[in-house]
Design a protein around this ligand. Structure first.
Ligand code: NI
Length: 144
């Protein structure tokens, strides 16, 4: 592990420390490492959309809505190659929450998530993508 020195404006550092405290970090290095990993993962998924990923798609839907449950099952079977597991929770008389674990290229997972979340009667959808393996290290930047 290398030690680097960076310069920050006082206001930016104060905002960073406040964010770190709110998220439960006890030191700046851990906070910066996690933030960097998150930014690098997101950039990698933009640059290389076929990056192999694990993902979790969560959404709520109204199972009483005409044909919706059946359409969702058809959508899932259409990309059964991406599906690892689905957790279904009956959250009240009419509504269900599903958490779907997926594995595949980021582009395919995003397209599948869009096709689920675009169905009328589905809402509160969120997709979290995690690249399968860390990106290989690139050449270092100057520490100035
Ligand atoms: Ni249900």
């Amino acid at each position: 592990m290398e030690r680097v020195t960076i310069s920050l404006d006082d206001d930016l550092l104060a905002a960073f420390d406040a964010l770190g405290r709110r998220r439960g970090y006890t030191n700046r290095s851990e906070a910066i490492r996690d933030i960097l990993r998150d930014v690098l993962d997101r950039q990698r998924l933009e640059d290389v959309p076929e990056t192999p990923c694990f993902a979790c798609l969560v959404y709520v839907y109204d199972h009483t809505r005409r044909d919706l449950a059946s359409r969702l099952v058809t959508t899932h079977h259409g990309r059964h190659d991406l599906s690892i597991a689905t957790l279904h929770v009956h959250i009240d008389h009419d509504h269900c929450m599903e958490s779907v674990m997926l594995r595949g290229p980021a582009r395919d997972i995003r397209a599948f998530a869009d096709s689920v979340l675009a169905q009328p009667g589905v809402w509160s959808g969120a997709l979290h993508l995690v690249p399968e393996a860390p990106k290989p290290a690139a050449a270092p930047l100057a520490d100035a």
